[in-house]
Design a protein around this ligand. Structure first.
Ligand code: CP
Length: 327
């Protein structure tokens, strides 16, 4: 995972310009983003849910893949920072006539867009745009293929910190389709960077990447009860039906019997365990509705927190983060 190449997310002064992946970001920078997000949570409680930090900036959402939570929370985050927001409708845009990603970038840059928030089915799409963007333009990765979903991981860390405080004593289990999950990759990197000592991944062997333990410093389990024993946090992942082909699983019914989270099975975890899921949930496949909607679930908090965390990322990349004394 380590590299001696310069981090493509940082500018010449070492400041965050793009937000493409958790890989290569320091613990201090992640903590600074989490602290900034803490200050932005209160904006939603104001009579006018806006601060003027990014007034005059233009943020374009380019979502080449479907999204509910990420696209809307990025839009709200940019609007709460007083930026102007363009939502390109990909199905009615010139992409449908064959325009390349690079030409789309160049044309929107010609309209003085300052930031692109990009979701794409191809891993590396956001890095590609960052490599070709004009010097004043920032690229935010809103999910690329199986590779990375860094703002999801950051909002998950924010939610964990709000409930559990110190990362250095936590046991965290990530359950489900690790193989196809960009969220899991970003979460494992973030948990590691923030110093979580016990990170577990729980999945059938067919849904775990090869050498996941060595690559990410985690421990793999193939049995739910054993994997979630005494954990503080359970992160359930969606079965990515659109990304797996062939017989990786006998059936979703069997998957639920072995890996689905129920109130009864949660008894193996700590009594104050929190249950998370990035969404969208397949109810009755990854977890029972009683768990998804139950007292341990923080799934909707994750969504709310996503706005504040994305405000922090947008503001920092545009060079407009709040000073500590303003928070
Ligand atoms: N968690 C997440 O990325 O959800 P969406 O696909 O709805 O954006």
């Amino acid at each position: 995972m380590g590299s001696s190449l310069p981090n493509p997310q940082l500018d010449a002064q070492g400041r965050l310009r793009h937000f493409l992946t958790i890989e290569g970001l320091s613990r201090d920078l992640l903590i600074e983003l989490l602290d900034q997000a803490e200050g932005f949570l209160g904006v939603a409680q104001q009579a006018v849910k806006k601060v003027p930090l990014c007034r005059g900036k233009v943020v374009a959402n380019l979502f080449f893949e479907t999204s509910t939570r990420t696209r809307t929370t990025f839009e709200l985050a940019a609007k709460r920072l007083s930026a102007d927001v363009l939502n390109l409708n990909i199905s009615t845009s010139a992409t449908a006539k064959g325009e390349s990603l690079l030409d789309t970038l160049r044309n929107l840059e010609a309209m003085h867009v300052d930031m692109f928030v990009v979701r794409h089915a191809a891993g590396g799409a956001a890095h590609f745009m960052a490599a070709h963007a004009a010097p004043h333009v920032s690229i935010i990765n809103a999910g690329d293929g199986r590779h990375a979903h860094p703002t999801q991981a950051l909002l998950d860390m924010f939610t964990i910190r709000r409930h559990k405080g110190d990362f250095s004593r936590l046991r965290v289990a990530i359950v489900g389709d690790i193989l196809h999950s960009r969220v899991a990759r970003s979460q494992m990197l973030a948990l590691k960077t923030l110093g979580v000592p016990d990170i577990r991944v729980i999945a059938p062997r067919t849904l775990l990447p090869a050498k996941v333990e060595e690559a990410f410093g985690v421990k793999a389990y193939h049995e739910l009860a054993e994997g979630i024993r005494d954990v503080d946090v359970i992160i359930m992942l969606r079965l990515q039906r659109e990304r797996y082909r062939g017989a990786l699983l006998p059936s979703e019914h069997e998957y639920f019997q072995l890996f689905g989270l129920t109130e009864g099975r949660m008894g193996a975890a700590k009594p104050d365990v929190i249950v998370m899921h990035p969404g969208p949930i397949n109810r009755g496949v990854e977890m029972d509705s009683a768990v998804a909607d139950g007292a341990h679930s923080v799934i909707l908090e994750q969504v709310t927190n996503g706005i504040a965390v994305r405000m922090a990322v947008i503001a920092m990349c545009l060079g407009n983060q709040r000073r500590a004394d303003e928070l």
